[in-house]
Design a protein around this ligand. Structure first.
Ligand code: NDP
Length: 333
């Protein structure tokens, strides 16, 4: 499951750290361990800022759920997402980043030092904060998605595709992620349905072409999912073709796996009330910088990027966040 730095729906109150005795002071805290977090860590560590990083629920971030990364400069033959993240982690620790397992569960950014609660039982007080918490896969919001969670519903083909070898599956979405997931699954499953709500794919031309050429992928244009059925596990999906038009018709497909690939939600909920965001929750940064509306708090990677959302742009913004942090701390001294 794509759970990178997942922070939404947490009930912990923002001031839950009042009860917590375990308090540690650090100079720079980085939360999130995707390309943005690791790059920020490499730069901050090399600047002698002794950064502490908490990895979040999915160490390595979303790229650990990706198969081949072919568009990161410097890898002419491509590299797998998990390998790239291991390399980035190795580079960050080589220069002294203190990488820890743990999830940021609450934050108090009302004054410096900023307070970030980890796993609801430890508080880190930090002079500067770099937020690199990324984004989490979205679901359609159907009750059946929770009903069959772990029993045929997934938002990560590379995590769960193995279970569907030789079976029939469906992927929802028309972007690069959906195409990538469908192609990955096509290598394992007998048949892959790609459920697309419009009559075009949003994905890049190269991905569209690959999907078109895959013999066992069938694109279901103008289809939307109404529900899933099955006795304990997913056995099929009920779809609506041409929903809301006079030609609307119900279509049932027999599938064992139902994969969501319809985009992501930024993991910024624990900063609600402190940081300015757009209406989706992407943290707003001052254009051309990683600065948020709070001096000393910086954001990088997908949590602040509704437009590009690429590993290389995330890494670039992580570099910016570390340099902005270094300058901020120097100004304070
Ligand atoms: P996108 O936002 O690009 O695409 C989301 C897709 O899901 C769209 O086709 C959208 O339909 C569809 N969708 C959204 N909501 C629903 C819904 N409720 N019901 C049915 N369909 C829905 O997200 P991605 O995760 O695909 O990509 C995010 C970014 O990451 C993009 O910039 C992409 O290029 C990049 N990326 C790059 C990769 C690579 O280069 N290897 C791999 C993966 C991602 P509609 O088109 O109608 O809005």
């Amino acid at each position: 499951m794509a759970l990178f730095g997942k922070m939404e729906n947490l009930d912990a109150p923002k001031d839950d750290n009042k009860e917590i005795k375990d308090v540690e002071k650090v100079k720079v805290l980085i939360i999130g361990s995707g390309p943005a977090g690791y790059t920020a860590a490499i730069y901050a560590a090399r600047a002698n800022l002794s950064p502490v990083m908490y990895e979040g629920l999915q160490p390595g971030g979303q790229l650990t759920t990706t198969t081949e990364v072919e568009n990161f400069p410097g890898y002419p033959s491509g590299i797998t997402g998990p390998e790239m993240m291991e390399d980035l982690k190795g580079q960050a620790t080589r220069f002294g980043t203190d990488v820890r397992f743990g999830l940021a569960t609450a934050a108090d950014l009302s004054q410096r030092p900023f307070k970030v609660t980890i796993d609801s039982n430890k508080v880190i007080e930090t002079e500067a904060l770099i937020i690199a918490t990324g984004a989490t896969a979205k679901y359609l919001g159907l009750p059946d998605e929770s009903k069959y969670a772990g029993s045929g519903v997934s938002a990560c083909a590379t995590c769960d595709g193995f279970f569907y070898r030789g079976k029939d599956v469906a992927v929802v979405g028309g972007g690069d992620t959906a195409c990538e997931e469908a192609l990955y699954l096509a290598g394992l499953a007998k048949k892959v349905y790609l459920i697309v709500r419009r009559d075009v794919l949003r994905a890049s031309k190269v991905m569209q072409e690959r999907v078109r050429k895959a013999e066992n992928i069938e694109v279901l244009w103008k289809h939307q999912t109404k529900g899933l059925f099955g006795d304990g596990v997913v056995e099929g999906a009920t779809l609506a073709k041409n929903l809301g038009t006079p030609e609307e018709e119900e279509v049932r497909i027999a599938i064992d796996g139902f994969f969501l690939a319809i985009g992501h939600k930024p993991n910024s909920d624990i900063f609600n009330g402190f940081l300015d965001t757009d209406n989706v929750g992407y943290i707003k940064t001052v254009p051309g910088s990683s600065k948020t509306n709070i001096s000393g708090v910086f954001a990088c990677g997908d949590v602040q990027d509704p437009i590009y959302r690429q590993a290389v742009t995330a890494a670039g913004s992580g570099c910016m966040a570390a340099i902005d942090t270094e300058r901020f701390l120097a100004e304070q001294e």
